[in-house]
Every structure is written in C-alpha cells, then in structure tokens.
Design a protein around this ligand. Structure first.
Ligand code: ZN
Ligand code: ZN
Length: 731
C-alpha cells in the first residue's frame, strides 16, 4: 500500500526529513519526503504492516526539536517507486516558518565536547541538528547557511560530508562547524591557544570578564568572590537588582536554591531559562549578588562555550546581561568593546556574529506551573496559536515597559524577543528592526496594526506612523485579558482581575486594578480598585513614599512619623489633596508601593516593581491573618489597618503577609460576586507568587476555572500578543 501523510507543526529545520528517511529505510518503505509551505509531506510505500508501523512511529520518535501538531494520512495509488528520497521543496508558496529557537547543547554534542579523542574536543561552537544557535544567527529565509551569520565560514570537507549525509546527526545542520573551519573564541589581548581556559583562569583569579554568548554579551565573575561581585555592582551602577547566576551543573544549582521538580525541568530544558527560586541560606554566593533578595536567578550552561567555561572555573558565575543600565543587551562586538570596556577587565569574544540580540529568559514556578516573566532566548520565535483565524495579517506593537511586538497571520502568532523599556532611541531602533525581521521571517505583511491607547507610548507612535493599514487601539488591560484567553485557546467570555502598575484607561485615568468582563472582541469594566491620586504623576512611580502619602490621606489616617518627616512630604500632601498634576489611579502596583513605603521597606526604587518585589519577599510565610478590605475593592480600611499595625510595632513581615492575604481574599470575593465560570488572573502584579497562589486557591475552592498566563508573561511582555488576538478577532 501507499500512504501520503502531511505533518504540521514545528517540523522544518529540526532534522525531520532525515529522521523520516532513516525510519522509512529501517522499515523497508520506499517513497519520499519533502518540506512545503505548510510543513512536511511524506509518501511511503510498502506492505500494509510496515506502512502501519511507519505511521505509528512517525510522531512517537520524532527528533527532539520537532513539535508535531497534526498528522493527516490518506491512501494513494501504489506507484512502484523504489528507494527513499529526500526531495527538494516545491517552488513558490509562502516562505516557511522554519526558524526555531536557540537550543541548549544536546547530550551527544556534550559528549564530543569533552572527549579528548573527538575532533571537536573543547570546540566552543559544537552543534548539530538537535541543538545550537538558530534564531540569533538567522538573517533571512529560507533558513539556509547563506542566510545565517555562518555564511562567512566555509565548511571543511569533513563538516561538509556530515552536512550532506542524511544518516548523519549534522545533516543540514546550518551552523555546523569544527575547529578547522568554524568560528573561534579569543580572549582579547591574549594569544592563548585555548581562549576559554585562559578566560576561566582569569575568572578564578577574580577578574570581571565580558563574555560573548548566544544572544549577546554577559558580564561575569565568580559568584562567590565578594570583591569581584561588589566591583561589578559598583561599575554597573545597578545598586539593587539581583544578578543572574550560571551554575556548572544541576547539583551545583541545588546548592544555591531550593529546586522542586518543575524548577529542575525548566533548568535542564532546551530553552535553559533563568529560573527564580528560593535561595538556600548557605548558598555559596557573595552578599552583593542579590542583596536582601530571598530568591536567586539561576541558569545552566546552554552553549558549548558556557559548558567549557563553567567546567574550567568549577564554580557558579555571576552572568548578568552586558548592558550599562537599562539599555538593551550589547550584542555587536564594536558596541560591546566600547560600552563595556569601563566595566570589564577582559573580553572573551568570538567571530560568529549575532544577528538578533536576545536576552536570557526568566521563569518562576508558582503552584508547580511555570510563569514566564521574560520570554526571549530559547522560546523566541516559537509560534503561539490564536484561537481565532486572522483574516488579515496583523502587527501588534505592545506597550512600553518590558516591550515586545507580535506578528500574526492565519491562526499563528509570533511574539518577538524581549526588547526592554521602549523609552530611548536604542530600544526603539531595536524594536523597529525586530518588527521588520519578523515580517520577513514569517511572511507577514501587516494590514492591521494594533496598539495601546496611550498616546505617548513610542510603540503607539510607531503604529500610527504606518501608512495604508487599519489601526486597532486596544485598551491595556483588555490586552492582558485577551492574551491570557487566547493563550489558553479560549474564545468565550471570562471575568478578569488584571492588576499591574500603569495602563491608560478609557476614561483618561491611570488604570491598574481592574475587574474586566470580556472576550477577545470587547470588555466592560465591572469593578476596580478604589482610585487615589498619584502625587506628581510619574514621579510617584519612582518614589513609593508619595503613594504612601496619597493612600494615608485617602484613608484619613496619619502616616507614620518617620515618613511624614521626609523633606517634601507637605508639598506632596498638597498635590494629593488638590489633585494638581496628580492623576487618579486604580493601580494595584501603586498600592503595593504605598504599603512597602509605610512598612519602611522601600521609599524610592531603582528598578520597576522593586517595592512590590521586596514587599513580597518580606512576607512572614507562617502568617495567616488578613486585613479587612472595603466592599468593591476599597483598600482604604486596609491601609488604615496597616498604619495601626505599624503604630503597634508589628513586624513588617507580618504586615506584608496580612496585606497579601487581604488582597487575595478581596480579589476572590469581588470576582465571585459576579458568578463567573471562568476567571483570568493577569497583569504584572500577578508575578507575585503569594498573591497568585492564594487567589487561585480561593477561586479553585469555589469551583471556578482559573486561567493564568503560562507561555507569555503576565506583565507587559504579553501585551502585544493580546493586542494581536483582539485584532484577529475583531478586524
Ligand atoms: Zn547537538
Ligand atoms: Zn569543519
């Protein structure tokens, strides 16, 4: 018999055709396999038993990077074809979406890396069809060596033979390379033959090095070297933000943080994100790695260069993105040498260019489920399905902080890499270039452009500047709601609690504590946090004490004397009273700020969300008490109770816990009043483990279906996808 099978999903550029070739050959089937615009088409001919065996094994034994979404098989007439062939793709059709995410070095490549007898022993760029750089080296489609940053390297005969052989693990592995023909690492200013060994030796001696990785430069030093870490922190002008760590092995990671099964799965996954987990009290790291933070961000080596470096150093490293402050991660060699020179003692570089800068992804586990806080290297550009089919091609420009963009056509959306805060020329340039790159990679020619309602966001301005497109303005919190619904394939109505720092409301005030009933097409605001003034506008975001002033005034209570004695308190008080230059806000993020400032934990911040993060960190885990919340999410009684507790000398950890418990209970109660079947919890505030976990538990006890973002961030990194879903559903 003869069967034609169409395979859809991520099946191109992942070694699928050679896999089919090997399987068919093993089972004695003749026929052919080819890529086309929709995926892979296979025809196999043999006796019935062999064909059935082939169809059963086809999805079950697929290569590691393949993600099969559908196999449709049909009988076709026997042709008498002999042998099995990998055929060329038919011409025409849309360029295929063959670009996958960068993937951690596979076990087989690792074995070669550390095998003294192998020709790739200690070669920092070993890779194969199952692993290695992808998205970060792609310049265009089709995904073929000339359109990658490997174009300048000509394969030696040995590598070319692997590349041409369908039975080889490196068949059509575009970045295939070896010490003879591929990229080389170099320690700038040193003529060491083994640059990585020389770099490791410098690191062991306390140096701070800039290290070129897969998606950009890191700055690194030994994590247990007090002097080096303190110097790195001082030179980076980043006083408080925790540094990420790279541990040589899972075992070493376990010594740093408490890891559950879900955390370990993420750590060793092909995406290799930074996993935020509870730090061990005896974690062997310098104090300056994460001052006061109860969690550490840990990742494992994901490129051969990192594997060698960590193995040689033999201890965890601080590896923080190589930017000066909030600029994008440095990724070109000239840029890095210029920008990082003042803050690095040396440079471990290589000559494989990075096409697209891609930061490390960051994931936290809540209730044994992943919560992606930053989705970038390892995940981008994997497509995410849309539950509705976009009739026209879509571009969604996202928000402003932690910005991403999204392109979509049909029922697929591609969310871009984390760009950062879209507030300066550098990030804007990176945003615009990223959009153009994705439009080319995924054959999207936007006819509909979705944007935030905030007129001052650069992303909104980019959208408005596009000619000949239909614009769709999407309210910020509706986009959060829609993103979560769409990710879970939900097209019906849900009730969402969307809590974040700032979003432009439809009434011109600053929203951020919203109960929205809606679907992908629209929403109604059924409730919101009691609104108070943001004294001095934006300044209140950087200075949480201003929010403490506004909230105590709204609650009609005296602020703690230490706060009220601050310089500027009276002026800010007057702003809050008169409303001059002080918009109303229903933001839950700002309420967290107020409580953190009242507790004396944080009155000024150096990075977004810091006060809320520290308030969560301060929580006394054993505390079960909760403050009262007024009806309709009125936090004035809550703030009054906080101030009472402070006056009584209650510990800040107890106050923090009671506040979290109160907000979770009030949120669940406010949602349940509306009798929802399905509830969405999203917005950046729900990156808070305690709040999310408790609110979810209370809703679960009431028998409500709870949806929470998993593949995309609950924060503004998920906004672009939500906008795309709204545009697809309504335009
Ligand atoms: Zn490999
Ligand atoms: Zn070679």
């Amino acid at each position: 018999m003869r069967v034609r099978a169409r395979v859809e999903g991520t099946v191109q550029g992942v070694g699928f055709r050679p896999y089919v070739y090997r399987l068919a050959s093993e089972l004695g089937c003749s026929g052919h396999v080819l890529n086309d615009a929709r995926g892979v088409v296979v025809e196999v001919e043999a006796d019935t038993k062999s064909v059935e065996r082939f169809l059963a094994r086809l999805p079950a034994e697929a290569p590691p990077l393949a993600r099969i979404e559908r196999v449709a098989a049909e009988s076709v007439p026997v042709t008498g074809e002999t042998g099995f062939a990998i055929r060329a793709s038919p011409p025409g059709g849309e360029p295929s979406a063959a670009v996958t995410a960068d993937t951690a070095t596979c076990a087989e490549c690792l074995e070669e890396l550390f095998d003294p007898a192998d020709r790739r022993h200690r070669y920092p760029f070993v890779n194969c069809t199952n692993c290695g750089p992808r998205f970060t080296i792609v310049r265009g489609v089709p995904y073929d060596r000339p359109l990658t940053t490997m174009a300048g390297f000509t394969m030696c005969p040995a590598c070319a033979a692997e590349y041409e052989n369908p039975l080889d693990r490196r068949f059509h592995a575009q970045p295939n390379a070896c010490p003879e023909c591929g990229p080389r690492a170099r320690l700038v200013g040193s003529d060491a033959e083994d640059a990585v060994a020389a770099a490791a030796s410098a690191l062991r001696d306390g140096a701070i090095l800039a290290v070129k990785g897969v998606g950009g430069y890191h700055r690194g030093c030994r994590a247990d070297d007090e002097a080096a870490v303190a110097a790195l922190r001082a030179r980076k002008h980043r006083e408080d933000k925790p540094f990420a760590l790279m541990a040589p092995t899972v075992l070493a990671a376990r010594a740093l943080v408490a890891l559950g099964p879900a955390e370990e799965d993420l750590l060793v996954s092909g995406a290799r994100p930074i996993v935020l987990a509870r730090r061990r009290p005896d974690a062997p790291v310098a104090a300056a790695v994460a001052p006061g933070a109860p969690e550490l961000g840990v990742m494992l080596p994901y490129s051969p260069l990192h594997h060698l470096l960590l193995a040689d150093v033999g201890a965890p490293l601080v590896l923080t993105s190589g930017n000066v402050s909030d600029e994008p991660i440095a990724y070109t060699d000239d840029d890095a040498l210029e920008r990082l020179a003042p803050i690095a003692d040396g440079f471990l570089v290589h000559d494989r260019p990075i096409q697209t800068r891609t930061d490390d992804s960051v994931v936290r586990v809540v209730d044994e489920r992943p919560l992606v806080l930053r989705r970038s290297r390892g995940y981008v550009p994997d497509s995410i399905g849309l539950p509705v089919t976009a009739r026209r091609h879509v571009l969604a420009c996202g928000a402003e902080l932690k910005s991403t963009f999204c392109v979509a056509r049909g029922s697929r959306a591609w969310v871009g890499h984390h760009i950062g805060d879209l507030q300066n020329y550098e990030t804007l340039r990176s945003f615009v270039a990223g959009v153009a790159h994705f439009e080319a990679l995924f054959a999207v020619k936007p006819e509909v452009v979705a944007h935030d309602l905030h007129p001052e966001y650069l992303s909104t301005k980019v959208a408005l500047e596009r000619d000949g497109v239909d614009l769709v303005g999407v309210q910020h919190h509706h986009a959060h709601l829609a993103a979560c619904l769409a990710e879970h394939g939900e097209t019906g109505q849900a009730l969402g609690a969307i809590y974040d720092g700032t979003g432009y409301g439809t009434d011109g005030t600053v929203w951020g504590g919203e109960l929205l009933r809606g679907d992908l097409c629209g929403f109604e605001r059924v409730g919101s946090l009691f609104a108070v003034r943001m004294p001095g506008g934006e300044a209140a975001i950087r200075q949480p004490w201003r929010m403490a002033c506004a909230w105590t005034q709204a609650a009609g209570v005296e602020a703690p004397a230490a706060l009220a004695a601050r310089p500027g308190w009276d002026e800010v008080s007057a702003l809050a009273r008169t409303g001059l230059a002080s918009p109303l806000t229903s933001s839950v993020g700002r309420l967290f700020d107020a409580v953190a400032a009242l507790c004396g934990l944080r009155s000024e911040i150096t990075y977004e969300g810091q006060a809320a993060i520290e308030l969560e960190a301060a929580c006394d885990a054993a505390e079960r008490g909760a403050y009262a919340f007024g009806p309709a999410l009125d936090a004035r009684p809550t703030v009054a109770a906080v101030v009472d507790d402070i006056a009584r000398g209650t510990d800040a950890g107890v106050i923090a816990a009671r506040f979290h418990n109160a907000l979770a209970a009030a949120t669940a109660r406010a949602l349940l009043e509306h009798g929802p079947d399905t509830v969405v919890l999203s917005g950046g505030v729900f990156a808070n483990r305690r709040l999310l976990s408790r609110t979810r538990a209370l809703l679960g006890e009431a028998g409500v279906r709870v949806l929470v973002p998993e593949r995309l961030p609950p924060g503004d990194g998920g906004i672009s996808y939500g906008q795309a879903a709204v545009a697809a559903a309504s335009a």
